[in-house]
Write a protein that binds this ligand. Structure first.
Ligand code: GLU
Length: 545
């Protein structure tokens, strides 16, 4: 006579001991952590998922461990064609490349749950053999009736457990008969928890946590033999030898179940760290960053806006660790990987996503990129997101690199004025004749007649170095009655019409159409004498007509 386990699993399956041998404990140095990112292939990468993936990545790589990717595709309804490829691509854009899984493969393969069916079934069969799991034949209607009965009886713990679990005490013989009669079944854990007792465990982020033991006979395998998240988690994270399960807080409540599953399967439990959801402040209240309501919940939004991946990670790091910004001030140019990251210092409360802060952080990151590199990044971005900009840059090769080098390459304090690639065109448009919009924003106290006088007397000489160039502007200022420095003006304002700043502002406005730009001398070098002289001339004409 076949046993219940044999009737439930007639196919030939590996045996759990062989699986243990096939996927042995990893030989890694003491303290090395094995972590994973385990998304469903929905094709959508939420900022919170990137955040979680990054924490996993940092945890493994700061300890000389392994970070792997596991595709959790047990829910075929959520799967999107090309979802895995696009996920890998999005992660790679952030430098989050798994050591195993994805295209890397690895010794603990397969890393995709749908390819691990036999592995789950092997452990499930073993649980049935040991009386720790049983088939449940309850139909949807029966389960609804059970919930209604529990409502009526006002049972504090709803669900399939104890005396409510009708199939729990079916004899093996009856169960076999029903399977053989073709009745559909799910496999349930025979929970041994006691609702009166509590389990205590230490969450790596949240510290010591106490929760009631699990008493629910949770489903391990669904009708189609596919595991639930809970069972797959236990089997996979054990066999893949994950040391730290770092995941979103929505799974915190399942820890008692997961620890029970690990125990009945004979697995050593990993350490757990539950990360809070990213929040957004709206009308003074905090709520979760929502895929439905917030465009910035999608990682793709940041790429489309032109935030460098590096800036997004730098920003996420400020959310991951409150010590990061102080560290950054002391180590402005060190790679982030040098920051002494630890899970224990992560905040347990939900970090607030702040777009203004992101832009600020991004400006700091972009300020440190060389003109040539930044130009290349902008061109790359434009290729995918702004074809007009791409065409303009291709028409003037090298020009953007020259522009962006101003006040950046070699500068002690590079300007922090660009937050996104998407802002660059507006920032540099006046360098391109086809986009230059003549305008003459005049500084306070300067009339059109004053400006005309200044421009009429100004001579640009392209051969002058910066000192000579500025000396000429200062001399011009003095000759027209403007102080040669702000200080001299302040010491005796009545004596002057203004100071040299006003004079150079007029020249700047004529050449660039703006009141605020990087270093004007360097701008003129990039524009070239012909353009500079022609713009000065046109501005003068416009003032005089
Ligand atoms: N597939 C699960 C999810 O996306 C993974 C959770 C985990 O990291 O264990 O929520």
């Amino acid at each position: 006579m076949p046993t219940l386990a044999e009737v439930l699993f007639p196919q030939s399956l590996p045996n759990p001991a062989a699986l243990e041998a096939q996927y042995p404990p990893r030989s890694l140095p003491e303290g090395a952590r094995v972590t994973r990112f385990a998304p469903s292939p929905t094709g959508f990468l939420h900022l919170g998922s990137l955040y979680t993936a990054y924490v996993n990545f940092l945890t493994a790589h700061s300890t000389g461990g392994v970070f792997f990717l596991r595709i959790e595709d047990t829910d075929k309804k959520r799967e999107v064609a090309g979802g895995v490829a696009s996920l890998l691509e999005s992660l790679a854009a952030f430098g989050i490349v798994p050591d195993e899984g994805g295209v890397a493969g690895g010794a603990y393969a397969p890393y995709t749950q749908s390819a691990r069916r036999e592995i789950y079934q092997a452990f499930a069969k073993d649980l049935v053999e040991r009386g720790l799991a049983y088939p449940c034949f309850c139909t949807e209607d029966e389960l609804t009736a059970l919930r209604d009965a529990q409502e009526t009886a006002d049972v504090p713990q709803k669900g399939y457990w104890g005396q409510w679990a009708r199939c729990r005490d079916l004899s093996a013989q009856d169960a076999i008969a029903r399977v053989q009669a073709g009745d559909a079944w799910v496999l349930r854990l025979r929970a041994d928890g006691d609702a009166e007792k509590r389990i205590v465990f230490t969450d790596e982020v949240r510290g010591k946590i106490e929760m009631p033991e699990n008493i629910l006979d949770t489903v391990l395998l669904k009708r189609d033999g596919v595991p639930t998240y809970h069972f797959a988690h236990a089997v996979d994270d054990h066999l893949m030898r994950t040391t730290h399960v770092i995941r979103s807080e929505e799974w915190l409540a399942s820890v008692p179940l997961h620890l029970a599953l690990m125990r009945v399967c004979g697995f050593r439990a990993p350490k757990y760290a539950h990360i809070s959801a990213l929040m957004k402040s709206e009308d003074g209240a905090k709520r979760k960053l929502s895929k439905r309501k917030d465009p910035e919940a999608a990682v793709s939004w940041f790429s489309a806006q032109g935030y460098p991946a590096d800036a997004v990670l730098e920003y996420l790091m400020t959310l991951i660790s409150s010590a990061f910004e102080d560290w950054r001030r002391v180590h402005p140019t060190e790679p982030r990987s040098a920051f002494p990251f630890t899970l224990k210092k992560m905040s347990a409360s939900g970090a607030l996503f702040d777009a203004v802060k992101l832009a600020d952080v991004s400006k700091g990151v972009i300020a440190l990129v060389s003109g040539a590199d930044l130009a290349q990044q902008v061109r790359h971005w434009a290729g995918a997101h702004d074809t007009a900009l791409a065409a303009l840059l291709d028409k003037h090769p090298d020009r953007l690199a020259q522009i962006l080098a101003i006040d950046r390459d070699g500068a002690k304090k590079p300007r922090k004025d660009i937050a996104r690639y998407g802002e660059v065109l507006g920032y540099v448009s006046y360098f391109f004749d086809e986009l230059f919009v003549p305008a003459l924003p005049l500084p306070e106290g300067i009339s059109p007649a004053d400006a005309s006088e200044i421009l009429g007397a100004y001579d640009y000489d392209a051969d002058e170095d910066k000192d000579a160039w500025f000396a000429r502007i200062r001399a011009l200022a003095l000759s027209l009655g403007y102080a040669a420095s702000p200080k001299e003006y302040k010491d005796n304002p009545a004596q002057w019409r203004g100071h040299v700043g006003a004079v150079s502002s007029v020249i700047r406005a004529a050449i660039t159409g703006r009141s605020n730009t990087p270093d004007l001398w360097a701008i003129c070098r990039v524009l070239g004498a012909t353009t500079v002289l022609s713009r000065l001339q046109k501005a003068l004409v416009s003032l005089n007509t």
